[in-house]
Design a protein around this ligand. Sequence first.
Ligand SMILES: *[C@@H]1O[C@H](CO)[C@@H](O)[C@H](O)[C@H]1NC(C)=O
Ligand SMILES: *[C@@H]1O[C@H](CO)[C@@H](O)[C@H](O)[C@H]1NC(C)=O
Length: 424
Amino acid sequence: MIGLLWEGRGMRGHCFSFMLTVLFLGTLLTTFIWYMSNDSHVEPHRLPAPKKTEKRAPSVSSDSCNDCSHVEPHRLPAPKKTEKRAPSVSSDSCNDCSHVEPDKLPPQKKTEEKAPSVSSDNCKGCSKVINKVLEHYSQTWTKQEENYQKYRSQLHTRCRGSEKAILTQANTPVGSKILYDGEKQRFRKVTLELFRTFMKESPFSNKTWDTCAVVGNGGILTNSNCGNTIDSTQFVIRCNLPPLENEFKAHVGSKTDIVTANPSSYMKKFGGLQGQRRPFVDSLQKYGNSMMLLPAFSFAFSTPPCLRALYSVEDFEIPIQPVFLNPEYIQNLTDFWRSQGVREIRLSTGLVVTSLALEICTNVHLYGFWPFSHHPHGFQPLTHHYYDDRKANYFHSMPSEFKLLLQLHSQGVLRLHLGQCGEQ
Ligand SMILES: *[C@@H]1O[C@H](CO)[C@@H](O)[C@H](O)[C@H]1NC(C)=O
Ligand SMILES: *[C@@H]1O[C@H](CO)[C@@H](O)[C@H](O)[C@H]1NC(C)=O
């Protein structure tokens, strides 16, 4: 058709059809380029399903805090490898995030009248596993100073979270390279623009808090009445932007000094932060002026959504303080905990913040960390998170991260709370 036009017209027709052709080819070319770049580009809204990254991060974190993982769930490959290594694995010890009406939570009172033998049938033998776990959990707990000091000083020497847990202008100068901890050989050069977003120096250096609570999101917190106990702690660390609204407050409290934020916990819920950002920003108001810990440099695909969260906070000028986890710290922690027997390839965010707490707090208390499908005391079924109605996965054996937490508890290094508060 273009050819016909070409022949049948005069000079003007010539030009016209020539332009048509150029336009047509141009469109084709643009489409092609766009199509190609689509694959490699790391724009957040193009994120879904990057096969490459899945290959690179086979393991992903399971966590003992039920979704304190700093890897986004939809990118988590079926954890075949980790299953081999730690058959039980995880999903997480601090469990993840979305809202649920209280009436959707399973009724737990009935099961609280302890009837282990009957209810153990409900969980197809989980009571056996759980009882075995409880053998390592001493109800009476006393801090053992030497053990605590040993871990504290080792963490301080080998990982130095007090200075390096987050990226600061002091530890990451302009022009330096930030190496991603989840992708080999990938790095981001620190531009002035990026540098500007860092805190001047670490808020943890040369500071010690007396008591700290690390709060996982496990269904074990449902009806725990631990809110007041948690809130009376000097420093409270929470995982993955958890809801703290009215019906939950009595069980989880509301005080927050650090809250971690996986892109997966806010991107989907707030339209990828592509449209209005006020709903997202409003949802952060409940965390006051706490630090929002973003895993911006674990994977290249995490960087844009984390920056987007930071810019949203800056633009709306709300008090929360976004900070970036330092991938070097995560790497050093991974090496350290691996040397202590942790087998998961990637540490959960829950373990990362627990490690930080061990360095900066004299007394560390853990709540909401329980990776099993049933309650350790009454064997009532638990939801995955205290705020959702997803059933918790049934674990046949113990995730190695949780094993570590149990071990630290029994050595008097930190205290893992599994029961109701007030009863303990
Ligand atoms: C952590 O790892 C990096 C590189 O792997 C190393 O240079 C550093 O000294 C390590 N330790 C601390 C405390 O940062
Ligand atoms: C922390 O203390 C050390 C010595 O104890 C000192 O050299 C360093 O400057 C202090 N850092 C900050 C940020 O105050």
